[in-house]
Design a protein around this ligand. Sequence first.
Ligand code: CAA
Ligand code: FAD
Length: 380
Amino acid sequence: MNFQLTEEQEMLRKMVRDFAKNDVEPTAAERDEEERFDREIFDKMAELGLTGIPWPEEYGGIGADFVSYVIAIEELSRVCASTGVTLSAHISLASWPIYKYGNEEQKKHYLQQLASGKKLGAYALSEPGAGSDVASMRTTATDEGDHYVLNGNKVWITNGGVADIYVVFAKTDPDARHKGVSAFIVEKGTPGFSFGKKEKKLGIRSSPTTELIFENCKVPKENLLGEEGEGFKIAMMTLDGGRNGIAAQAVGIAQGALDAATDYAKEREQFGKPIAKNQGISFKLADMATEVEASRLLTYQAAYLESEGLPYAKASAMAKLFAGDTAMKSTVEAVQVFGGYGFTKDYPVERYMRDAKITQIYEGTNEIQRLVIGRMVTKE
Ligand code: CAA
Ligand code: FAD
């Protein structure tokens, strides 16, 4: 067993770390405050090849593996979790199902545009009445000869409004539960497709989260992704990998909080010595460092399994569950290490704490991860 990263993976980490430090971190607090998405950051990621990390060069990617992908999400999230999820939703949720289930034409057209970063992607599964219970979705897609007509609403869509290409799930058989779901590629600007409420959020505030509205929206037949009725499976398999992207986001947030807390604990003096010299503080840092490292190992392992073509659904759910809880716990502790200063916007730890919460909620709440893991464990 070899836990060492390859030279290529180390180089990618360095490149993303430099980019994150120079181009993402300086505006992270301001974008959070203003709830502002910055397309220029995405365009710069495209120039660096980050928008197509795991996809073959023939489809506009850079042909790296999923370990490289999670390293990139981790490094971005270490300074700005919003930028991390922008890329994670783009790669894991919008591009993955097209790579896996798209026909050659769809890959040459849509995946190429996504991987090269000319277009930004989003994934639209959740609805007001169908969050954890995906199969109860109500958006419909009616077959009308050479096209489908979509009607319904999707909520909470990351990159909603700013994305150009949406993978949308709707029922071609409204009376069936999961067997009635199909997947579609829908382009921004399609008549009948508009955007509703943009959410005002606790965290990841520079990542837009928006409602999508479909009113008699005509989607050409060639934009059906996979087969009719195959949508639920496509959605679930997409999430299997997506969850590991969120695990990587959580690792990055937790590491960012640990770094900030460690530096501060070494500098801040009370009772004539740095607060880090108190066991009460150094034990906090020790627990944080241990849990961050365990989260990272789970995340890299799931990514390695996916790269090797081995089963990774359980590993990915475990990584998201553990890393999400670690991010929440570590960021709360980081604020504590900073004392009163941690409660202010003068330091980034309050933002990390607000950002961490979502990693326990989206791409399946941590209760749903336990349900998924529990089902697999009892089946084995
Ligand atoms: N891979 C392949 N097939 C799968 C699968 C998987 N991972 N999971 C389930 N299936 C198949 C089952 O085998 C079953 O197939 P059959 O018809 O052959 O029997 C079928 O799908 C139905 O499965 P279940 O009975 O398990 O379905 P369920 O209704 O009980 O739901 C669930 C299962 C795990 C709870 C699922 O609904 C779920 O994952 N919910 C959470 C939703 C979620 O994660 N949403 C995230 C939205 S995206 C997001 O949030 C984006 C972001 O953060 C940026
Ligand atoms: P509910 O399903 O109503 O759950 C409420 C509570 O009940 C939770 O604690 C849950 O764990 C618990 N619960 C539900 N069922 C069970 C059960 N069987 N056992 C135990 N506990 C249970 N969706 C997309 O499709 N695309 C996106 O890009 C996207 N981005 C998002 C971005 C943000 C910022 C947010 C907040 C959400 C996003 N989502 C997205 C939606 C997200 O995936 C859902 O919010 C999430 O799956 C939970 O659904 P819900 O909010 O309806 O909660």
